[in-house]
Design a protein around this ligand. Sequence first.
Ligand SMILES: [Zn+2]
Length: 331
Amino acid sequence: MEFSTFHSDLAGTDIKPNALLGKYLNMLEADAKALAGETMKSVDCPACGSSQKQAYAAKMSFEFAKCGSCATVYVPKRPSQDRLLRFFKDSAARRFWLQDIWKETASVRHEKILEPLKDWVETFLAETGVVGRPLRVVELDAASWGFWETLKENPRLQMRFVEPMFDLSLQPSCEGAVDLLDSAGIYDAVCLIEALGRVENPLATLQWASQHLAKGGLCFITTTLSTGFDVLTLGAASEAMLPPERLSLLSIEGMKILAAKAGLEVVELSTPGVLDLQNVLRGHRAGAEIPPFAKYLVETRAQDPRFTYDFQTFLQSHGLSSQGRAVLRKA
Ligand SMILES: [Zn+2]
């Protein structure tokens, strides 16, 4: 298992322009408040299963707790998967995201997020040794069509969705590309792009991947981790907790536990994030209390690009950024 390092000139505001983002968050808050008033399911830690937990933060009418065993941060009273599916398809906030923000940021998102994801997936898939037929790839619990569309450009890949968490009528080209959750389909790769954070049950989602992967098949995961520098430094003030978009922030240890429970071998587990210092500075400027050392880093030392580069490289090298990604293999 290796930690890879990765750098880009990605700025948080490139992919989330402030004015539109503010409107989105207000809409999401209203939608989340209505959702939180409904009957919820009680769950233990979605990674290790421990019931030991401490109250951690209140966000958008939902309460987050921190697992006393593996440090995963999660919403213990959460909507069912069926309710989440309906929320992601019907909520005004999600429609605004896909119809307005998505379009506004399409080219920068494509260049700085989707293309690097495509390169990452293609690099690993090139090593599977499958020849003479297209590789069957599925995105499970997708919240948009961006990743699917980007990978579809590769003629060697046959791209499908299972249980898409968006209204397909917003992008009619996706409609014929959906396989059923209860089908017996077997895939060469299952992709979970930020999906583990938004589903009701991350273990069940990963088990679905495991059951539907061919022998040697790969599961590609991107997810926000609770053990990243910015999330830990900002604590309850971290914006990474964003229900119902993110109900679970796995710790890096929790991610390993989850992979083992699903019977998948870890090939890569890394944190290629580049925004930790930026996120801490923004949170601090918005009034978050942070430790003196972190304050000194972001206010003074991070003025030096060389420092920022070295510091983010250190975080990446040791799996300490909050943007996590994993490649798991079915043995
Ligand atoms: Zn746990």
